[in-house]
Design a binder for this molecule. Structure first.
Ligand SMILES: [Zn+2]
Length: 57
């Protein structure tokens, strides 16, 4: 069923690997956001449609 919006669907990875790297786990490109999205997501890859929050502090 198609959505009415054109918003891309992002897979959300919650604390992926427990510790974030500054590279997408799939394409291994830099995915660190300069400004955290919604003050929650610090990592986003537009290529792989992945989102993740900050890892362990
Ligand atoms: Zn990626």
């Amino acid at each position: 069923m198609q959505s009415q919006t054109n918003k891309p669907f992002y897979y959300f990875l919650h604390k992926f690997y427990g510790k974030q790297k500054q590279a997408c786990p799939i394409c291994e490109q830099d995915w660190k956001l300069q400004v955290p999205l919604h003050k929650l997501y610090s990592y986003k890859c537009d290529t792989c449609l992945l989102l993740s929050d900050e890892g362990s502090r």
